[in-house]
Write a protein that binds this ligand. Structure first.
Ligand SMILES: Nc1ncnc2c1ncn2[C@@H]1O[C@H](COP(=O)(O)OP(=O)(O)OP(=O)(O)O)[C@@H](O)[C@H]1O
Length: 257
């Protein structure tokens, strides 16, 4: 299992004006791995996520997902191909219910026809019912089922973060990209989130790439870690190797590793 290359980022760069936010970065992620992406503020982590999910097009280099080039494809195309993400700044539909937030994600990937929806054909209702059932299953996993009718914006912060992950999972990804999933959580919530991430990885047969500033989370859950600094990849290795890497320590000097 660990030998199938799922994501192959080949010498990818992205410039904004004169600034190389991501510079000649190569990353290989194998199926089933849980990989951390760390680096000081402004290192280029979110830009790399944006390149992987079609928000930006690479200026140079190639991104292969399941051996297919995805660099520059529209975000919804990349979602359909099996890569889903969460955002550093939560992006839920605040005025929709918790359940509808998840159901919308099913719509994104479902092939069930707009024609059937408009004319309210039986297949439309069957599709709706299925989405409700599957959505509730996901909400149960994330312990949000009892809040299904609440507006997303009224959930406490930690629950909004969990709902974002549930919504990403509803698109049935192979690759899940999590941008600071523990941001703003207290230590207990972070601990629970760690266990949940480990569990969904197994249960949904996921490969996960995770940006996170909480080093205890990164060091505890990740198989391997990539470190960016000023757009460049400065280190990669196991958590133990990364913690001892002089270049990483230098990049974080003055910050807690
Ligand atoms: N759309 C853009 N236009 C211009 N500059 C950008 C844009 N997006 C990112 N940058 C710049 O690229 C660099 C990398 O930013 P990025 O947000 O990817 O870093 P990061 O590692 O995610 O940082 P943080 O940990 O603070 O979120 C920064 O200098 C940022 O200002």
């Amino acid at each position: 299992m660990a030998n199938t290359l799922l994501l192959d980022v080949k010498q990818v760069s992205r410039s904004f004006g004169g600034l190389k936010a991501v510079s000649d970065v190569s990353i290989q992620i194998y199926q089933g791995e849980l990989i951390g992406l760390i680096g000081p503020n402004g290192a280029g982590k979110t830009t790399l996520f944006n390149l992987l999910t079609g928000v930006y097009e690479p200026s140079e280099g190639q991104i292969l997902f399941k051996q297919e080039s995805i660099g520059g494809l529209k975000p919804y195309k990349i979602t359909q191909k099996g890569a889903a993400r969460t955002f550093q700044n939560i992006r839920l539909f605040g005025n929709l219910s918790v359940l509808d937030n998840v159901k919308i994600a099913y719509h994104q990937r479902s092939k069930h026809s707009i024609f059937a929806s408009i004319f309210r054909l039986p297949s439309h209702f069957k599709g709706e019912q299925e989405m409700t059932e599957q959505g509730m299953e996901l909400l149960k996993i994330f312990r949000l089922d009892h809040k299904k009718d609440e507006l997303a914006k009224n959930l406490p912060y930690g629950e909004q973060r969990r709902l974002e992950i549930a919504r990403a999972l509803a698109t049935r990804p192979k690759l899940l990209l999590l941008d600071e999933p523990a941001a703003g959580m207290n230590p207990q919530e972070t601990q629970e989130l760690m266990q949940l991430i480990r569990w969904i990885r197994k249960e949904f047969d996921l490969t996960i790439l995770l940006i996170e500033h909480d080093m205890s989370l990164v060091m505890n859950v990740c198989d391997r870690i990539y470190v960016l600094d000023q757009g460049q990849l400065i280190a990669q290795g196991t958590p133990a190797e990364i913690q001892l890497n002089p270049r990483v320590i230098e990049a974080y000097l003055g910050q807690e590793v």
